[in-house]
Ligand binder design. Structure first.
Ligand code: ZN
Length: 397
């Protein structure tokens, strides 16, 4: 049994506990939470804030070997061309990068991951269950004629995926209406019927393409030799075009860098949509950030992802939060932890993770080097803030 106290415990389920104590068994299950350490013996005293393990809601393990390989701030269209050009590599190189990436996530306090897969190469690592994974088997295919063959291949991949998995569309500009509809009707997604993910409004070029068939995406299709004469612009933004094709599925909208109030209203009126922020990838690729005031004003269910090492220099949820803190000074730590822990667990249906509550086994992170520790709702991250996962047992999952 362990008894641990810190300046604050942000349980994300109760009021923050100043100098509270969390009691855990040897497997990391929470046995009790106490308001103070009075009368207790052998209490470990730590400096900083204790919070649950992080949920990385958006990652691409299979692109980990592209770390430090692609130029930054090129814009999304050039970035996609670069990924396609450089992603092929020997299996050993890819597998070794995947293993290292997972080790890095564990060291950074991540306990569970929503991971995008276009192939089965990450499955052997996920099979080891060092981390909890939901695999999004992601499909591309803008030409409607190939939709059936694509979904069949994806369903085969889905059957082979360890832990939980579902078939998911890549992005509005890379998936045909027909393929969108096949995905949302895919019977084989039954292992997690409600979970979809899509790269949404990551660049203004996506809006131009859907509103009037203009912008840089035309050049991308030309590069890939795809005749898109069949495509007619909808006159609406991408989100307002494709969301009705997805039915009522629970969907993770990833990036949202160029989403407007009208888009948010549209999404709120349809299905259960979560909004995933990957700020470091947005700066890496587009040198832009989502409109945080807009997203927060709308009280959206926000979650946090790292995206892949092809567009990030680390796989660290804390690094994403530090970037948000740096650019949006008014956000407090406790709000961001709700996104990074509680909301992520809720999206994926991981009821045992995301909050520090009796009976749960959420993992425990210690965040240090903070500002304004005297009041819970004023605690902020600094450039020097760091996270240390509390080692609770050998094999966590
Ligand atoms: Zn991504």
């Amino acid at each position: 049994m362990r008894k641990i106290t810190a300046d604050w415990i942000f349980t994300l389920a109760t009021e923050p506990l100043k100098n509270g104590v969390v009691i855990l068994d040897n497997q990391g299950t929470i046995l009790d939470l106490l308001p103070n350490a009075q009368g207790l013996e052998e209490v470990e005293k730590l400096n900083g804030v204790l919070c649950p393990g992080f949920i990385n809601a958006h990652c691409h393990l299979e692109l980990s070997h592209l770390r430090d390989r692609l130029p930054q701030k090129t814009g999304l269209v050039t970035f996609i061309k670069n990924v396609q050009q450089f992603r092929n590599a020997a299996d050993e190189e890819v597998l070794s990068a995947i293993e290292k990436a997972e080790t890095e996530m564990i060291a950074n306090g991540i306990v569970a991951v929503g991971d995008i897969s276009n192939s089965s190469i990450s499955f052997s690592q996920k099979q080891k269950s060092n981390l909890r994974y939901h695999t999004f088997v992601e499909v591309f295919g803008f030409n409607p004629e190939s939709a059936e063959a694509i979904i069949e291949r994806a369903n085969n991949l889905l059957r082979a995926a360890p832990q939980t998995a579902s078939v998911t569309p890549h992005a509005p500009y890379s998936v045909s209406e027909k393929l969108f509809k096949l995905i949302s009707n895919s019977e084989l997604s039954i292992r997690n019927p409600q979970l979809l993910s899509i790269h949404n409004q990551e660049t203004i070029e996506e809006t131009k393409f859907f509103e009037d068939k203009s912008g840089e995406f035309l050049d991308l299709y030309k590069t890939f030799g795809l005749d898109i004469s069949f495509f007619q612009s909808s006159g609406k933004t991408s989100l307002q075009t494709y969301l009705p094709w997805l039915g009522q599925a629970k969907t993770l909208l990833v990036h949202n860098t160029f989403s407007s109030q009208q888009d948010i209203d549209f999404a709120k009126a349809r299905g259960e949509n979560y909004f995933c922020l990957c700020p470091n990838a947005n700066l890496f690729i587009e040198d832009a950030l989502p409109d945080m005031q807009l997203l927060m004003k709308n009280q959206l269910p926000l979650v946090i992802g790292t995206d892949s090492l092809s567009s990030n220099t680390s796989l660290s949820i804390l690094d994403e939060l530090k970037t948000l803190q740096h650019h949006f000074l008014e956000i407090n730590l406790i709000s961001m932890l709700n996104w990074a822990c509680k909301n992520g667990a809720r999206f994926f249906g991981w009821d045992d993770l995301g909050t520090i509550e009796k009976g749960k086994r959420p993992g425990l992170n210690l965040i240090q080097n903070l500002e304004n520790l005297s009041r819970a709702d004023e605690v902020k991250l600094t450039a020097a803030s760091s996270v240390k996962p509390i080692k609770l047992c050998k094999n966590y999952f």
